[in-house]
Design a protein around this ligand. Structure first.
Ligand code: SIN
Length: 285
């Protein structure tokens, strides 16, 4: 693929690319179209040295679609579209530190997520991403056929299994800043059944759609589903499907939740502060 306006440099063999020659506060339509194309091809893209205001971050996000509001987490008072993710020294809980795809518990999960780094630790605090097209493609033909009609059951809180077993409010106890942002979702749905193999609405490619919100397989006994879910979650994180991004202040990552899982690494004890904006998606098919 050739680009006229931007430079696109892959950061690993199978997922992720750094986009150079761009200031996101001043984007013409041709540059945006190239960024969009590079994003679809690489699943997650990264920008360095960006200086944008909260409103400019929201404006850039809106070029991809409507803003999705987190049902459990309050945004900034002045910019409710932005969830400020903070970890302070001494905090024992890291937001997003299990492999997942954003808002999978919603009937219309997030299409994309944009994370903008303001303060980063001197070491650690990287984010990992895993290519779920490849996770699907690497399965045997026999397994693909078995999984074709299977659906997952996903929840946003009170997990049956995995590290999220405690309620969100208890899990976040060791990070008071994030705990203070928790809100009651009210009547916003927080449980959803989705196809385990989904077709990307733009690339038309199939991907494995699973993550930490997945509690079981719809219609299966838990005992039947558990070992399959465990296998698929482990398979979906194979190192050769992944890349790892080292943050700097001013870095932005933009990932496609329809074909990517991600995980924030909990390997640091310094302040890290990022601004996250999430873009609304469609019903997975
Ligand atoms: C998230 O899962 O949205 C947070 C990722 C990160 O902080 O690196």
């Amino acid at each position: 693929m050739t680009f006229r306006k931007i430079e696109v440099l892959p950061i690993s063999g199978n997922i992720g690319a750094l986009i150079n020659n761009v200031q996101l506060n001043d984007l013409d339509d041709e540059t945006f179209a190239e960024i969009h194309q590079a994003w679809l091809s690489n699943c997650v893209v990264f920008f360095r040295n960006q200086k944008i205001t909260p409103q400019q971050q929201i404006n850039f996000a809106k070029r991809f679609g409507e803003i999705h509001f987190h049902p459990y987490m309050k945004g900034l008072d002045k910019y409710p579209e932005i969830l400020e993710i903070i970890k302070e020294p001494g905090d024992g809980y890291t937001f997003g530190s299990v492999w997942h795809t954003d808002q999978m518990f919603n009937p219309k999960p997030a299409k994309a997520t944009m994370l903008y780094a303001h303060e980063v630790p001197s070491k650690g605090g990287d984010t990992m991403f895993s290519n779920q097209y490849l996770a699907y493609e690497a399965l045997s033909q026999a397994m693909k056929e078995i999984l074709t009609e299977v659906k997952t059951f996903n929840v946003g809180d009170g997990f049956r299994r995995g590290i999220g077993k405690a309620k969100r409010i208890d899990r976040y106890a060791k990070n008071p800043t994030m705990r203070a942002k928790i809100r009651n979702p009210g009547n916003i749905p927080t449980e959803a059944v989705h196809p385990l193999i989904r077709t990307h609405p733009e690339t038309r490619k199939k991907s494995l759609y699973i993550g930490s919100h997945t509690q079981t397989l719809h219609g299966f006994h838990n005992e039947e589903a558990d070992s399959l879910v465990d296998f698929l979650r482990t398979h979906s994180q194979r190192p050769e499907f992944t890349c790892r991004f080292r943050w700097e202040p001013g870095s932005i990552a933009l990932w496609d939740n329809r074909c990517v899982q991600h995980k924030a690494l909990a390997d640091y004890d310094e302040k890290r502060r990022t601004h996250r904006v999430t873009i609304a998606g469609d019903t997975p098919i």
